[in-house]
Design a protein around this ligand. Structure first.
Ligand SMILES: NC(=O)c1ccc[n+]([C@@H]2O[C@H](COP(=O)([O-])OP(=O)(O)OC[C@H]3O[C@@H](n4cnc5c(N)ncnc54)[C@H](O)[C@@H]3O)[C@@H](O)[C@H]2O)c1
Length: 267
């Protein structure tokens, strides 16, 4: 089965910003939007990596604006300036993907408050800041779509993931609030909730023996990890008018992990 993103004609020519776009899921989503004919603003704190990946997205697409912004997602002034500059070039903003996130895995008894605070800053405050900056632009136009990246760990618990689970479930709650509050402006808001996804980082950790992806596969009813393409497909679907009646939802893409309360085969 292909994981190539489907093409949704209504997305062609739309302007999309993706945060955390220098690598991993954010980059996969940015690539999918570019392939779907969108103008794309890649936002990330890692400016060097943005510079490295931008030419790949722009190649062969002279009709699209493929822009970058090196900004921390919780810096409201920097985010607003980046979005305003992008809109000045493309004329509108249709989709905002609030995807940047960090993990802070440690036993709760040992988790330093610095790491706790960083997770809150990026995973929760950053999502709120980016969603709100985008919505302020969208409400002046024809509305739009806000996507947030929660996680299956916003739905279920994992040990040594207190900050991650707490922020990701807060993102789900935040997304529901924004969906209800901004529906009158024509803005939909939904959360993506991936399970384990085989990003380059996960593949590298697995190759180094620091993550047992085989055990994760055995624990997953579908017997596979997610692919970045799975999440990119979901983002395109939720951005398109084909999902016009879906808002305020947390859409889990985890191969059945959270559905399975009888996972005795892991390990
Ligand atoms: N990969 C998975 O298995 C998985 C599963 C569920 C949820 N998620 C979520 O998906 C999102 C992307 O995950 P990923 O695996 O691609 O992560 P990643 O670490 O590969 O990429 C995250 C990107 O966010 C950027 N970033 C970090 N802090 C930032 C900040 N303050 N401002 C702007 N950019 C910042 C990083 O520079 C990086 O490029 C995260 O929110 C993560 O929690 C990932």
């Amino acid at each position: 089965m292909t994981t190539e993103p489907a093409i949704y004609p209504d997305l062609r020519g739309r302007s999309v910003c993706v945060t955390g776009a220098a690598r991993g899921l954010g980059l996969a989503m940015a690539e999918a939007y570019a392939r779907a004919g969108c103008h794309v603003l890649l936002m990330d704190i890692d400016g060097d990596e943005l510079d490295r990946v931008r030419p790949g997205l722009a190649a062969g697409r002279p009709d699209r604006v493929i822009a970058t912004a090196a900004a921390p997602v919780s810096d409201e002034d920097a985010v607003t300036a980046a979005l305003t500059g992008f809109v000045a070039r493309t004329g509108e903003l249709s989709v905002m993907v609030c995807n940047a996130g960090v993990s802070a895995n440690a036993p709760s008894l040992d988790l330093g408050l610095d790491r706790w605070n960083t997770a809150l800053d990026v995973n929760l405050t950053g999502v709120f800041v980016c969603a709100r900056a985008a919505a302020r632009i969208m409400r002046e136009g024809d509305g739009g779509v806000v996507l947030t990246t929660s996680s299956m760990y916003g739905v279920t618990a994992g040990p040594e993931r207190a900050a991650y689970c707490a922020t990701k479930s807060a993102v789900a709650a935040l997304t529901r609030v924004l969906a209800v509050e901004w529906a009158p402006f024509g803005i939909r808001a939904n959360a993506l909730a991936p399970g384990y996804v085989e990003t380059d980082l996960v593949a590298q950790l697995s190759a180094e023996g620091r993550l047992d992806t085989e055990a994760l596969r055995r624990r997953t009813p579908r017997g596979r990890l997610g692919s970045p393409g799975d999440i990119a497909q979901l983002a395109l679907f939720l951005s398109s008018e084909v999902s016009a009646n879906i808002t305020g939802q947390v859409v889990v893409s985890d191969g059945g992990w959270t559905a399975d309360g009888y996972a005795v085969a892991a390990g």
